[in-house]
Design a binder for this molecule. Structure first.
Ligand code: NAD
Length: 412
């Protein structure tokens, strides 16, 4: 099943529970606006190559749309649409004044030079400029994009407008109006969610056995924070495969190893393991932090983790959700678990609009407060209604948007 189909299947389940009117159900099923652009750039060889880019704005009822930009060979309109929809539910669940959007370019940045990526980024930004802006649609990093990409986007937008516009992009470097804590935001949020979940199953963080799939921005930061708290990170992986040591992996050393451009498979004192086997290891906490569609009906039954905290967007299919719920696994769904990124993005945008910047401790305190409060709301609803946590989180998000739509009324 495609990712979009699986997201729509989940959507149908939730709106059935919410008993939404057919019109409202139909309205939220489709994005408000989808943009497909072609991006011609000059490669370092002097030849021209044309890439395809997307920006989908799913909903803007609660405020401007907000969402990341992904550079990956698998990026396509359906994937971006599904991710934009998840962003709408996420922002509404967290009670941010945003709708959901997502964007991306179908490319393989791993085989492109920095100069080529810069040209691609600047041309892509120019092609979607008609639809973005600090009050319309705010961009952010996602897979294979980072602070540098965001700085180029902000610069390109500002050059076109004729003045510096900080709030069009979040996830920027500090010197360009970025926020304290933004780079670690999503990983920090995942870490807070593991902490809260451990309390629910009455376990200490110290000694907790953790497995992390995906050792990028989200996975490596969550792993480091948990490692510093005394968790035993017994396995991690990237797209090439994973490593395993039942006594635990020294994550600080592994991060240094990766910084030195060494393969994680070459890290000392570990066994190599496939991504499939990694997911079903005997552990307390599983953090899928790579890509969608990893936990499916084929492997859900073999998952041994008691807690799953979804760092990635859409790592679990609806069929697997049911299996995990029946197995009593405490699952913290993506729209809550990885919301640290958009929460600190929101803080960054607020700081940019006010030209007034906060201390790191203020940022962390506010992030923790919002995430804990949302965690409690999701768990409470899931218990009250005897439903799984994903359904509860989606119900909270979708009902907030439909309520706002009802009050706004239908234009014209
Ligand atoms: P990243 O590019 O920094 O890291 C992704 C990691 O996953 C890399 O280690 C990569 O090798 C690995 N990977 C890719 N394909 C894989 C596969 N098939 N099997 C195993 N590992 C694989 O990306 P990121 O920013 O850490 O994002 C990871 C996930 O978190 C994505 O789903 C993204 O949408 C989601 N997310 C990210 C943020 C953020 O702020 N970065 C916020 C919310 C959600």
């Amino acid at each position: 099943m495609s990712f979009l189909k699986s997201v729509l299947k989940q959507y149908d389940l939730v709106v059935d529970k919410l008993k939404l009117d057919d019109g409202v159900r139909e309205r939220l099923r489709y994005p408000k606006r989808s943009l497909i652009v072609s991006i011609p750039i000059e490669m370092d060889t002097g030849k021209m190559k044309v890439y395809k880019g997307y920006r989908v704005q799913h909903d803007v009822t609660l405020g401007p749309s907000k969402g990341g930009i992904r550079y990956h060979p698998n990026v396509n309109l359906k994937e971006v649409t599904a991710l934009a929809m998840l962003m709408s539910w996420k922002c509404a669940l967290i009670q941010l004044p945003y709708g959901g959007a997502k964007g991306g370019v179908c490319c393989n940045p791993k085989i492109m030079s920095q100069k080529e990526i810069e040209r691609l980024t600047r041309r892509f930004t120019t092609e979607i400029i008609c639809a973005v802006g600090p009050e319309e649609d705010i961009l952010a990093p996602d897979m294979n994009t980072n602070m540098q990409t965001m700085a180029w986007m902000m610069d390109t937008y500002s050059m076109q407008k004729g003045h510096t516009v900080l709030g069009v992009v979040t996830g920027k470097p500090l010197v360009l109006g970025g926020s304290m804590g933004r780079e670690e935001a999503t990983g920090s949020g995942v870490y807070y969610m593991v902490k809260e979940s451990a309390k629910v199953i009455r376990k200490e963080l110290k000694g907790l056995k953790v497995v992390v799939q995906g050792f990028g921005n989200v996975g490596s930061i969550a792993a480091r924070l948990l490692f510093e708290e005394g968790c035993k990170i017994i396995a991690v992986s990237n797209s090439k495969g994973g490593i395993y040591n039942k006594r635990g992996i020294n994550i600080k050393n592994l991060i240094q190893h990766v910084k030195e451009n060494k393969k994680i498979a070459d890290f000392p004192d570990v066994d190599n393991i496939t991504n499939e086997d990694l997911l079903t290891l005997d552990c307390d906490v599983l953090i899928p932090a790579a890509i969608e569609g990893q936990i499916t009906r084929y492997n859900a039954n073999n998952i041994k983790a008691k807690i799953i905290v979804e760092g990635a967007n859409g790592p679990t299919t609806p069929e697997a959700d049911k299996v995990l719920h029946d197995k009593n696994v405490l699952l913290i769904p993506d729209i809550l678990a990885n919301s640290g990124g958009v929460i600190i993005s929101y803080f960054e945008w607020v700081q940019d609009l006010q030209f007034y910047f906060w201390k790191e401790s203020d940022v962390q305190q506010r992030l923790k407060e919002i995430m804990r409060n949302t965690f409690d709301r999701v768990l409470l609803l899931s218990r009250e209604k005897k439903i799984d946590t994903r359904t509860a989180a989606w119900m909270l998000g979708i009902s907030r948007i439909s309520e706002a739509q009802k009050i706004r009324g239908l234009y014209p």
